[in-house]
Design a protein around this ligand. Structure first.
Ligand code: SF4
Length: 436
């Protein structure tokens, strides 16, 4: 007898690691993804706890599915991800229509959890153990011929940044084996992926059985059928000369690096426990640009951490003006439970932090636009990903620098192909080009 596949609706919050986990959740349930929650047998909210706002957003998202449960008592509603890990039992107690709570490391156990729940609907399940051996066992769901995909090479984090909840909710760093990474890469390439992004909390600290991150890049560069390699998120202290050489010498590795600096002030970096100085960071950028002059750089910045003064903030402004990142992801500091930052005094009012954030984002918008204008009249190879969000006659893709390019009047048969595009117009977050 054929068993009916589960229809699964997943709402995903947070980073690329969560997007990847959502695809693993789909595969772990052998599910069919549905776009409408009312068509689902199982609804899952895959959550992010990095900031208080994200954490609230995820719990309030669950409320939207409450009425569906009333009209369909067989429907299962679950929460996964970092908020699930953080609050576990508390969520089940507080939210009566929630059937299960599963932490990031326990995704491989999801199929059995859902099976048990189907057998006895009145039971609730909580699985937030960090001690899961098979943490990398489930491969991600990949829609056939989707151009890009993610491969996780690491779970958890060994750094102890004072503001960060990741080590609490994702545990200590576990590095995936080289064989496993190559196997999953080949699987995705065989399903049509042309570009893979290798992800980890501090991806460039990866090491396994004597191999280091630069060795891994060399192995990935030899994978047949893979046209582009990206990786994120890199930790500044773990940028090595060997890593820079591997990037430079491997034409498949995209000219793009996300290197979170968090602050331009040594005093703030020290209180954040980031373990590098601004001079170290600037020197790493110098070496990277010397090796790859066209490297596109992006960063993260936290505004208003603990004792950030106006002078500290001016140093951050100076840094973004000097480095001229293409993109800066900037946020106001948000105190997270169980972190070192929770115990520190906070001297920056919300009003001051908002004002600093506004100034930084305003400056960065100007820089991003000016950087993008530099691309006008230049030609780039663009890997076409799909139909443009702005105009259904256009397709969109990305350059090696991770710039989104909307390509005018391009036939859909070009999806998945590398095309040569000349840039005609530039905006703050995207470019417009024509095939030539
Ligand atoms: S490196 Fe720091 S900010 Fe990044 S995940 Fe680890 S603890 Fe969090």
């Amino acid at each position: 007898m054929r068993v009916k596949k589960l229809s699964v609706f997943i709402e995903t919050y947070g980073c690329q690691m969560n997007e990847y986990d959502s695809d693993r959740i789909l595969n772990s349930l052998s599910g069919i993804p549905v776009n409408n929650p009312s068509d689902a047998d199982v609804i899952i909210v895959n959550t992010c706890a990095i900031r208080e706002k994200a954490d609230h957003k995820a719990t309030s998202a669950l409320g939207r599915y409450k009425n569906l449960k009333k009209s369909n008592p067989n429907l299962l509603i679950g929460m996964t991800g970092c908020v699930a890990q953080l609050y576990g039992k508390k969520l089940i107690k507080q939210i009566p229509y929630l059937d299960f709570v599963v932490g990031p490391r326990s995704i491989p156990k999801l199929m059995n959890i859902v099976k048990d729940l189907k057998d006895s609907l009145d039971v609730k399940k909580i699985e937030t153990s960090m001690d899961v051996q098979e943490v990398f066992e489930i491969h991600p769901y990949h829609k056939k011929d989707k151009v890009n995909g993610f491969v996780s090479i690491q779970q958890g984090c060994n750094k102890e940044c004072a503001y960060c909840i990741v080590p609490t909710v994702r545990g200590k760093e576990i590095n995936r084996s080289l064989e496993d990474i190559l196997e999953e890469s080949k699987l995705l390439i065989n399903q049509g992926a042309k570009e893979l992004t290798y992800i980890g909390q501090t991806v460039n600290s990866w090491k396994h059985n004597g191999e280091r991150f630069h060795n891994l890049l060399d192995y990935l560069g030899k994978l047949g059928g893979l046209e582009r390699i990206r990786f994120t998120t890199s930790f500044p202290r773990d940028v090595t000369s060997k890593m820079i050489d591997s990037m430079k010498n491997n034409p498949k590795i995209c000219r793009q690096l996300h290197l979170p600096v968090q602050s331009g002030s040594n005093k703030v970096l020290k209180s954040m426990n980031r373990t590098y100085t601004i001079d170290w960071y600037r020197e790493s950028i110098r070496k990277l640009r010397e090796a790859m002059p066209d490297l596109s750089l992006s960063t993260d910045i936290i505004i208003g951490f603990s004792n950030e003064t106006d002078e500290d903030f001016q140093e951050t402004m100076k840094l973004i003006e000097d480095i001229r990142f293409d993109t800066v992801y900037s946020f106001k500091y948000s105190i997270r439970p169980g972190t070192l930052g929770e115990k520190m005094d906070v001297h920056v009012s919300d009003e001051i932090a908002s004002d600093r954030l506004y100034k930084l984002q305003k400056k960065q918008k100007e820089i991003s636009l000016e950087n993008n204008i530099q691309h006008i009249s230049k030609a780039y190879e663009v890997l076409v990903e799909g139909v443009s969000k702005n105009n259904s006659d256009d397709l969109f893709g990305r350059t090696t620098h991770n710039k989104v390019v909307n390509i005018r009047n391009l036939d859909r048969s070009f999806v998945g192909k590398m095309v040569n595009v000349k840039i005609k117009e530039a905006f703050q977050n995207s470019l417009i080009g024509e095939i030539y």
